[in-house]
Ligand binder design. Structure first.
Ligand SMILES: Nc1ncnc2c1ncn2[C@@H]1O[C@H](COP(=O)(O)OP(=O)(O)OP(=O)(O)O)[C@@H](O)[C@H]1O
Ligand SMILES: [Mg+2]
Length: 289
């Protein structure tokens, strides 16, 4: 399913505009990341996708249909939503009940739904009888994600799915999201971690002060110095190194980096550009430079 914003204006109280004319398009089956500074309006944009908030001006279209024309239950069948804080969406006393909750709310609780819940419990490695509120942060996040995945919605909106997770939990959550994408779901993800964005998103939309300030294929956007500055983004290491190498290439007065035969010399040059000390192989051997 596609998502389209056409000149969307939105606010929580009419005196303070939050979204100031947001337009973008997400293709069917695409994986798009939203990035930007705190307060840029990313979560607000996500709330408009799932209809929690309606536009004051402009239109939000899910597969060509405006969210104001769709009933809450119709939207819920189309869009799964992972909140920025998992505690905002967990409300049952056991893991199994939590996973059944969505089916109950949509009036779809039947044998198929129960079978799907058992499948997801197995896939996510959850204990069905655990009390969700006694789980650690990472497992609660996993449960919140499972409660979305179980419903098999064609659009999945994820507001910072990896925040607060340790590396192992982050990898687990992102593998599940990747599988979801591979199975054909349209994924929209807000994320502060540019390493995660670089690894998973096909396209990036950058927001600042209630507006879209840049969008494009992930690496094009994350290599754009102006964009990085406007949105205060820390580029992923791969981009950081490639930006430094492009400067080194200029330093070497046209000698292509791939032809540099002294790796240490090249790393030294990168280190100078990056203003860090390179210890390199000799450093690791304990020698001084
Ligand atoms: N429920 C609310 N009521 C009033 N104002 C709100 C509400 N939620 C957010 N805002 C305001 O709307 C603006 C945009 O907030 P939003 O949460 O969309 O930003 P964000 O890009 O998701 O930021 P973050 O990276 O911190 O999550 C902020 O100025 C925020 O204070
Ligand atoms: Mg937010």
């Amino acid at each position: 399913m596609t998502i389209e914003f056409r000149d969307v204006h939105a606010s929580y109280d009419t005196d303070t505009p939050i979204l100031k004319g947001v337009s973008f398009h997400v293709d069917d089956g695409e994986f798009v990341a939203f990035v930007g500074t705190n307060g840029a309006g990313k979560s607000t944009t996500m709330r408009l996708v799932n209809g929690l908030l309606k536009p004051e001006k402009g239109e939000v279209l899910i597969d060509g249909v405006s969210t104001v024309e769709l009933k809450t239950s119709e939207l819920a069948r189309r869009v799964g939503f992972l909140f920025q804080n998992p505690d905002n969406q967990i409300c049952s006393s056991t893991v199994r009940e939590e996973l059944l909750f969505g089916f109950r709310a949509l009036g779809r609780l039947d044998a198929n739904a129960e079978a799907r819940v058992e499948e997801i419990i197995e896939e996510f490695g959850l204990n069905p009888d655990d009390d969700p509120f006694l789980l650690n942060r990472g497992t609660r996040q996993l449960l919140a994600l499972a409660s979305i995945v179980v419903l098999d919605t064609p659009v999945v909106v994820l507001d910072e799915p990896t925040t607060g997770l340790d590396f192992r939990e982050c990898v687990k959550v992102m593998r599940i999201i990747r599988r979801l994408h591979e199975s054909g779901a349209t994924i929209v993800m807000v994320c502060h971690d540019m390493e995660v964005v670089a690894d998973f998103a096909e396209r990036v939309i950058v927001m600042s002060d209630g507006r879209v300030v840049d969008e494009g294929p992930t690496f094009e956007v994350l290599r754009n110095r102006h964009t990085l500055e406007v949105a205060s983004l820390v580029p992923p290491q791969i981009v950081d190194i490639s930006l430094a190498l492009s400067l080194v290439r200029q330093d070497l007065r046209g000698t292509p980096v791939t032809q540099a035969n002294d790796l240490d010399e090249m790393c030294d040059a990168v280190a100078q550009v990056k203003d860090v000390e390179y210890l390199g192989a000799r450093g690791l051997e304990g020698g001084s430079r």
